[in-house]
Design a binder for this molecule. Sequence first.
Ligand code: HEM
Ligand SMILES: [Cu+2]
Length: 509
Amino acid sequence: MVLELQKPRPIWQIMFSTHHTDVGLLYLITSLAFLFMGGALALAIRAELFFPGSQIIADSMTFNRIFTVHGTTLIFLFIIPFASAVGNYFVPIMVRYKDMAYPKLNAIAFWMIPPSGALIWLGFADFTWYATPPYSIISAPGPAADMWIFGLKILGVSSVLGAINFVVTILKCKHPDMSIGQVPLLAWSFLTSSLIIIVAIPTFAAALLMLLTDRLGVSGFFNPAMGGDPIAYAHLFWFTFHPEVYVLVIPAIGMMYEIIPRFSRKPIFSHSSGIFAFVLLSVVSFSSWAHHMYATGMSFTEKTVFMIGTLAAVPASAMHVFNFIATMWNGRIKFATPMMWAVGGIALFFSAGAGGVVNAAMPLDFQTHDSYWVVGHFHLFVMGTIAFGSIGYLYYMFPYVTGRMYNENMGKVHFVMSFVGTVLVFFTQHVLGLYGMPRRVFDYPPIPEWITMNQIASVGAMIIGTSMVIFLINMIYSSAKGKLADTDDPFNLGGKYYYPFESKNPHHN
Ligand code: HEM
Ligand SMILES: [Cu+2]
């Protein structure tokens, strides 16, 4: 295993490197920085909603800016770059190749992220992560809106470049002794999610360009005053972003596939069904985008088709859950920190999926649409599953990357607090939605139930926030001063039962 931080090197050597572990490290540090920045905005939102009326945020425009940048940051600047960090670090090792297929392209893809992050944060746009037209073309203030559009445009290019690199590395550079069916499931997760990116992102790239020319007044694709149609934007947006939610979740599941067998001290129950479920998910991810649009006046037949298309994702997701349970069954499970995060993530994945089925059922969606239910639904996925899998994997890779061990007790406290916090915030938001509270609101009337539930949610968010401080201290302190890890078996699991990282990748530049 490559131990990058064991021999301290000047930071510029890492910054100008194109070696996959260095680029991985850059992705990792950047994504974690954005995790904390986006998380701070979430706390501001929950603090504001603790009481009805205006508390700490001056007006609704500022509120809109905060939650637009919060969502954009956590999805595009934390979750996706975090997955790229793991992919860069481990995919070449897993397929037994010396680096990514195109190392320079890889570094370029990374270096697109800081400028887009700067555009998004300095602009502080206000039109939600969805850039809702016609507001976004007619009256969203520039340059904030234009900066957001450019930021997202660059991020899209970066994702596509990264995805091409993963596909070529896995399919073309894997060791000839290794069949594609033997490639570890984590690498398969990058292969399938990269293929989704390559198919889906160009549509959004086109939509962004149309949005921009609309804003400049030279076209009217989405501008009703010029004969355009805002619903067309919704189709283009969701054609990209419904599949994109699987781009977010698939690598997190891949990470769980590394953790669960290792800490159950058993091989994965079914490698081939894991592959099959990834492939199936990436195909059906395209059959459901219009479930975001039931309320836009589609015909009953169209709605029914998309409802069935959406439900097709359920068995594919369930296959992963069964695979995890069957792997743990009769295993000698060790509940170290990474395992706790992975198992907690699976439990929340299951709960979030159940909520998704409710949304997918078109008649029920008329009740939940644009309410806090939807906020609860997708946060259970993005926080409960994707962030949980990612953070679990971060603890898992920590000794391999730094050569030191994190503090196990702090890791467990971090997990327990985050789990309790996540349940408090996002289950409560589902209920708030059923009580009729609309999403994306700066203020709400003093209805007693609404106040109580908003307060429970805000307290949950504060618990998560506190646990993240513990996490930060643990990571920084342990990477410098933690006790040295036994890099053959840092978690004391005995033997090399399931251990994909045997090879060393030499630096070649
Ligand atoms: C893979 C993990 C998933 C993620 C990350 C995710 C994410 C999201 C997001 C971000 C939204 C809100 C979009 C917005 O309006 O801003 C959403 C809404 C929705 N999701 Fe999911 N989702 C996931 C899985 C599912 C599943 C498995 C189903 C169905 C079985 C589902 C069904 C829906 C539906 C129908 C809506 C629209 C609700 C509405 O606005 O009325 N989702 N999801
Ligand atoms: Cu969707």
